[in-house]
Design a protein around this ligand. Structure first.
Ligand code: IFM
Length: 440
């Protein structure tokens, strides 16, 4: 009897699944996936990061309340606190989408806050996961292809131990299985709406600053072996994430994003080339070990700098002249060309300029910066470099890590009266530029 009923039920189910036999969706049914948008076009986009932009959105005492290692590091007094508001991109994401539409971008990269979706080890916040899924779905519904960063510098606070910094972050004994579970959970949830993932944002810079320079969490300063070990773990985690993404979504793209300044050799201050070689390792060590599982390389380029100890100690402060940014970075558009050609030769992979920007109080200076860097991108493209996209950093003036709120990188800023984003002149310039130049 059972054997007769089963085929009949299967046949009925198959008929119902035919096009035209649409039944009302049951409430628990998974939403239908939407196909990627803007696949054949040049990617004009912009980006943000979970910690730099999301307000906390949950109150202390709430079971879903969470903190990140950066919150704890700030509470310890090492860096300025972010506060609970940031740019309200968690509770008022719609305002960000409205601004993105005004800019006319076709791609947008945002991050997932691991601590938010897993406030306690192994306990996932399903509501938060659902909200990230909605964010991706909303973007696609508005004709903007989402790109999701799974780690942008911040770990859940439960992976940070103030008393044992050499067992924190990438050096935490539980991090690898926890990461695999988190990545699997997020990619499974996002799969219907996301097909471009960034496992880690600028792991190379974060490893050197946090596990060697001591400025960022976990704050390890010249600790023997820490950088090497943390890099090994970060590489394994990236490779695991790429494997999970490609397994769950065979057509998805994995983008590796790196901070790649143009380091110059200074023969007087660094005669042996020791610092220069170290900075080359910072640029490429991690990427060298994951390039084979990476579909696209994201280059985050901001500045050129002489590689020398003296230059690190005597960092220029602020916008000394038209050649420097608020962070004391040296503006050098040709450095972008140099980096693009180097990366292209070294890896032979398609490149996206995934971040390029300037902290400045002068909008005119910002516009000039973008224009000159886009020109260098065009020069590289004319010389055969395969460049697929350009993303000015960043959508909104936001928290600039150890610098606090001291740098104005945004194409917009939050108007705290209307709670809307106000498009800056640089944002307007970008909007006009990409409307007139769908292809660069
Ligand atoms: O704000 C950062 C971003 O989070 C990573 N890349 C560099 C930007 C400017 O410093």
């Amino acid at each position: 009897m059972v054997n007769l009923i089963r085929p009949a039920l299967l046949a009925a189910a198959a008929v119902l699944a035919l096009p035209g036999c649409v039944t009302a969706p049951r409430p628990h049914q998974k939403p239908a996936a939407t196909p990627p948008v803007n696949t054949g076009t040049f990617w004009w986009g912009t980006s943000t990061a979970s910690f730099q932009n999301e307000d906390r959105g949950v109150k202390k005492g709430d079971p879903e309340y969470f903190q990140t290692d950066w919150d704890v590091f700030a509470a310890e007094g090492h860096i300025p606190p972010r506060g609970d508001d940031a740019t309200f991109s968690w509770s008022r994401f719609d305002k960000d989408v409205r601004a993105l539409k005004k800019l006319g971008v076709n791609h947008y990269r945002f991050g997932v806050e691991w601590g938010r979706v897993e406030p306690q080890p192994g306990r996932f916040n399903e509501k938060a996961i659902a909200q990230y899924v909605r964010m991706a779905r909303t973007l696609r519904a508005n004709g903007i292809e989402p790109i999701v960063t799974l780690w942008h510098f911040t770990f859940p606070a439960w992976l940070y131990d103030s008393q044992a910094k050499n067992r924190s972050g990438f050096l935490h004994p539980d991090i690898e299985p926890a990461w695999r579970a988190y990545v699997t959970r997020m990619v499974t949830a996002l799969a219907p709406y996301v097909s471009i993932y960034v496992p880690q944002n600028e792991p190379n810079g974060a490893l050197y600053i946090g596990y060697f320079g001591g400025h960022w969490p976990p704050g390890l300063l010249l600790t023997p072996g820490a950088l090497k070990q943390a890099t090994r773990v970060a590489v394994r985690m990236y490779r695991d994430a790429a494997g999970i993404i490609h397994h769950l979504e065979p057509d998805a793209l994995v983008m590796g994003i790196y901070s790649i300044p143009n380091w110059r050799r200074n023969y007087v201050q660094d005669p042996t080339g020791f610092v220069y070689n170290m900075m080359q390792r910072q640029n490429f060590d991690h990427l060298d070990q994951v390039a084979d599982v990476t579909d696209l390389i994201g280059v985050n380029y901001y500045y050129s700098q002489d590689a020398s100890v003296l230059r690190f100690i005597r960092r220029p402060e602020g916008e000394l002249s038209s050649d420097y940014t608020q962070n004391g970075w040296e503006i050098d558009p040709e450095g972008l060309y140099a980096v693009l050609t180097t990366v292209s030769k070294r890896y032979g992979k398609p490149i996206v300029i995934s971040e390029n920007g300037i902290g400045t109080q002068s909008e005119q200076k910002k516009i000039r910066y973008f224009r000159e860097h886009v020109n260098q991108m065009r020069r590289a493209m004319n010389d055969g470099v395969d460049i697929r996209g350009y993303f000015p950093w960043t959508l909104i003036d936001n928290y600039e890590w150890a610098e606090g709120y001291a740098a104005n990188f945004g194409l917009t800023h939050v108007d705290r009266d209307t709670m809307e984003l106000v498009i800056e002149p640089s944002g307007q310039w970008f909007a006009n530029f990409i409307r007139e130049n769908p292809e660069p």
